[in-house]
Ligand binder design. Structure first.
Ligand SMILES: NC(=O)c1ccc[n+]([C@@H]2O[C@H](COP(=O)([O-])OP(=O)(O)OC[C@H]3O[C@@H](n4cnc5c(N)ncnc54)[C@H](O)[C@@H]3O)[C@@H](O)[C@H]2O)c1
Length: 222
């Protein structure tokens, strides 16, 4: 079973649908239900549980067991976040994104779930470049967070590296998502830890909408 955090969001909805279409058992955990979910849910509805992953106990519970809904989790796609600068105060954005990413990595580590894909951000390159790119062509070495949001993503990548150092069996793939402005031409950069080249090779097979592109990448990285 795959747990998708933030499965009610823009990228999360596409990711959950894509995984279900490819035969995965999926549960979405989010603070909000998916749009259009009926109560009680129809058999075809996305399986969803309301969880605040900034709370470590909730994150642990959600990855271990929720009645008949969550069991035997083998992988996590971690997308829940405050997803851009300015949507909340800087400290709230930083706190939410850091706590939730730590809680998911740590809960997965404690539960022996060794397969994690998570959404970093193209903003760690400095995009949209208020001061211009550090150099061109840009590459994965550039670390230029300009906001609390972007800093939370860069530090999440650093955290992923340390978790993988602690447990060499753990695989965490950072995807520097971009699904807004570039639509068909978006980037998938910086795939780390044992999958160094693979997702870039997927670009040729990608479907036409950015969220679906990202979903293909998230699924392939699992
Ligand atoms: N959309 C983009 O272009 C883009 C670009 C770069 C990175 N990203 C990253 O991709 C991920 C998804 O972005 P999105 O555009 O789908 O955002 P979104 O706001 O549509 O979805 C985020 C979801 O996370 C949930 N969430 C927030 N805090 C939570 C918490 N504490 N516990 C449980 N759920 C919580 C929200 O309810 C929401 O459904 C984010 O991590 C974002 O930073 C997105």
């Amino acid at each position: 079973m795959i747990v998708v955090t933030g499965g009610s969001g823009k990228v999360g909805r596409a990711c959950v649908r894509d995984l279900m279409d490819h035969g995965y058992q999926v549960v979405s955990i989010d603070m909000l239900p998916p749009p259009g979910q009926s109560n009680p849910p129809r058999p075809t509805d996305v399986r969803f549980s309301r969880v605040d992953i900034t709370d470590f106990g909730e994150a642990m519970a959600a990855l271990s067991a929720i009645d008949e809904r969550v069991a035997k989790v083998t992988g996590v796609v971690h997308l829940a976040a405050i997803p851009a600068p300015g949507q909340a105060s800087n400290h709230r954005t930083f706190q939410t994104n850091m706590n939730s990413t730590y809680n998911i990595f740590e809960a997965a580590r404690q539960l022996g779930i060794r397969n994690i894909v998570w959404a970093s951000s193209e903003t760690v390159f400095g995009i949209p470049y208020p001061k211009g790119p550090a150099y061109v062509p840009v590459d994965e070495e550039i670390e230029r967070p300009e906001t609390a949001y972007s800093l939370s993503k860069l530090l999440g990548e650093k955290m992923a590296e340390q978790f993988c150092r602690w447990d060499p069996e753990l695989k965490i793939v950072d995807v520097r998502d971009e699904a807004r402005r570039l639509r068909r031409l978006y980037f998938v950069f910086d795939i780390r830890h044992k999958l160094s080249r693979m997702p870039l090779n997927l670009l040729a097979q990608l479907p036409p909408f950015a969220e679906q592109h990202l979903s293909s990448v998230h699924r392939a990285a699992l």
